[in-house]
Design a protein around this ligand. Structure first.
Ligand code: ATP
Length: 387
């Protein structure tokens, strides 16, 4: 098998890391990066644990762009490269679900605090030696997700969400004992002990997965989010309608999972730390079934425009996925681009007093243009708007 250090060296940021780490020892690549290298995947990020001076390695790599005092971790960047460095540490939990209390430790102890065996492997950057906790190599080989100890989910129930993501991304199965522990933790109310803000964070991470619907499906199957009902067919139909470069696919996925169960998107989203703009999209998308009916009932282009204009594109495509694909496609491809050749200034210039009737006249004129009852001609449009 090709040496893991060679694999790492073939990545530009991996080579930089190896050069900075030098031959001194005590610097380890850890977590998902080693797992991914062993699986022959390109690591999504490079996490490094140092038994020794984190600051010296940081200085050799680039600029520290973030420091998390509590966990002794720093983010270092240089050009397109980013590394997350941490001092080797152990974590103790004051009570279930609490943030851990951290103390300095050896790399072996550091590996034992991790979530899953497949993430508890360290690659020594000086000699290429691999260390692991538990059955890491067997589990990787057998494509199994296994926690490192029985109290794992009680200590940190967000690990259940992590399992949902890994199951979706890697296609690994839960090892039976871990599956039992997960079921017991869920039955014992572990998911409810996680703060709303952390659930929001886990939800956003799930939505960033290559297959976010699968990640949500696993979360539901594990009992983490009975308030979600992911719907792959609906998402795929909606995403097929989403114009290139427009809208947020992640919000389409979430909205499709939310609005089947929950008419009240606001209540579902409370405390999950979605931005006001994101909540507005999700709120509008929750009305997609009603919008679909209205779009199907519209007999004229102008009526369709009144139903769909002003709605976020995510809500529009979800309405399309709800049976109104044809009118939605017509709106997106054609009708929404129809514009008058006159504007409010033209009406003011022609003597119409400032006020709401400017908007009313323009809107009525646009309706005629949309319905094919008015020429695409400035003079004709002005005459109509002034009638
Ligand atoms: P990715 O999801 O991008 O593949 P990853 O598997 O490396 O990344 P991260 O969230 O980046 O996961 O965390 C890095 C490593 O830190 C994990 O591989 C795991 O070893 C450890 N870790 C992260 N979160 C937890 C947690 N809640 N409990 C225990 N260990 C954790």
């Amino acid at each position: 098998m090709e040496d893991l250090l060679d694999r790492l060296r073939r990545l530009a940021c991996g080579r930089r890391l190896l050069d900075a780490a030098g031959a001194a020892g005590g610097v380890h690549l850890v977590g998902g990066a080693v797992r991914d290298l062993l699986l022959g995947h390109v690591p999504r990020e490079l996490d490094v644990v140092v038994e020794g001076d984190v600051d010296a390695l940081a200085a050799a790599l680039g600029t520290v762009t973030a420091t998390h005092e509590r966990f002794g971790t720093v983010t270092v960047r240089d050009g397109d490269c980013r590394w997350d460095l941490a001092a080797a540490r152990a974590e103790d939990y004051a009570h279930p679900g609490a943030l851990p209390v951290v103390r300095a430790a050896s790399i072996e102890e550091d590996l034992r605090r991790r979530d899953l065996t497949i993430n508890a492997i360290a690659l020594d950057l000086a000699g290429g030696e691999l260390r692991c906790a538990g059955h890491a190599f067997d589990d990787l080989q057998a494509r199994r997700l296994r926690v490192l100890h029985d109290a794992s989910f009680r200590d940190d129930p967000t690990r259940l969400w992590r399992i949902a993501r890994y199951a979706a991304r890697l296609g690994f199965e839960l090892e039976p004992h871990t599956a039992r522990l997960a079921a017991e933790a869920v039955a014992g109310g572990a998911p409810e002990r996680v703060s709303r803000a952390r659930i929001g964070n886990e939800l956003r991470l799930a939505l960033r997965e290559p297959d976010p619907v699968a990640a949500l499906e696993h979360a539901v199957r594990l009992g983490l989010a009975p308030w979600l009902a992911p719907d792959r067919d609906r998402v795929e139909a909606a995403l097929r309608l989403l114009p290139d470069g427009e809208g947020r696919a992640d919000l389409v996925v979430l909205a499709a999972a939310l609005d089947i169960v929950a008419g009240d998107a606001d209540q579902r989203l409370a405390g999950l730390d979605f931005s006001a703009a994101e909540r507005a999209v999700l709120r509008a998308a929750a009305r997609a079934p009603a919008v679909a009916s209205e779009a199907l009932a519209a007999r004229r282009a102008s009526q369709l425009a009144h139903v769909l204009s002003g709605l976020p594109v995510e809500a529009v495509v979800l309405a399309g996925a709800g049976g109104a694909a044809e009118p939605v496609r017509r709106w997106l491809d054609e009708l929404r681009h129809v514009a008058l050749r006159i504007d409010g200034d033209d009406l003011l210039g022609a003597g119409v007093p400032r006020g709401p009737q400017i908007g009313r006249r323009l809107s009525a004129t646009l309706d005629l243009l949309l319905d094919g009852e008015l020429a695409d001609d400035r003079a004709a449009q002005l005459a109509t708007a002034l009638r």
